[in-house]
Design a protein around this ligand. Structure first.
Ligand code: 5GP
Length: 181
């Protein structure tokens, strides 16, 4: 039986198994507990891609915590402001809160770096980053996640919340684009 997935015009092959993701997310939950057990952190899930990861990560955190959801839109601002990130849906005050941003994947890191800067202007007590996947070879800015699941090559992946043109978010594992299309 072939494990190749077809989505629109692209084919994907298995890359990270569901069990391996579950184990990594569980470990991340433990690491978060050592730091946040008595801090009632606010997790901020970046939609859409991080919804599956955030749901599992929250359930791996057996200590008091809260979650909020945002959507980001990035566009080029004026030449003085450079790239601008607009945040939609953030209706919880961050002042004095211990905030952990939950993101599915860091590619160039540009969106996240703008987002983190904007969040810092809201004066959280602390601000950290938890990501499931990072592509170190694609990074264009100096972003170092405080909690990171897997380093992956600079290839397109889907599944576990990540989509290709709307498809594949429901896959329980991560799949990577095949060379032979
Ligand atoms: P960045 O600003 O880091 O370049 O962009 C990050 C966003 O690009 C992620 O939140 C995700 O939505 C999208 N992205 C980057 N790499 C991939 C990938 O390999 N697969 C999918 N499905 N989305 C990706």
């Amino acid at each position: 039986m072939s494990n190749i997935i077809q989505a629109h015009d692209l084919k994907f092959k298995p890359f990270i198994e569901a069990d391996s993701i579950a184990e990594t997310v569980k470990k991340m939950g433990h690491a978060l507990k050592t730091e946040y057990a008595d801090k009632n952190p606010l997790f901020i899930c970046v939609l859409n891609g991080a919804f599956v990861f955030a749901a599992d990560l929250l359930r791996a955190c057996d200590f008091p915590c809260e979650i909020a959801f945002v959507r980001l839109a990035s566009y080029q601002g004026s030449s003085s402001t450079g790239k601008v990130t607009t945040i939609f849906g953030l209706d919880v005050p961050l002042k004095g809160r211990h905030v952990v941003v939950v993101e599915d994947i860091v590619d160039s890191g540009l969106t996240l770096s703008h987002f983190l800067k904007e969040l810092n202007t809201l004066h959280p007590a602390s601000l950290k980053l938890a990501v499931l996947l990072i592509k170190p070879d694609a990074l264009q800015v100096d972003i170092r996640p405080d909690f990171c699941g897997f380093e992956i090559p600079n290839e397109f992946v889907v599944g576990y919340g990540l989509d290709y043109d709307g498809q594949c978010r429901n896959l329980p594992a991560i799949f990577i684009k095949t060379d032979d299309q």
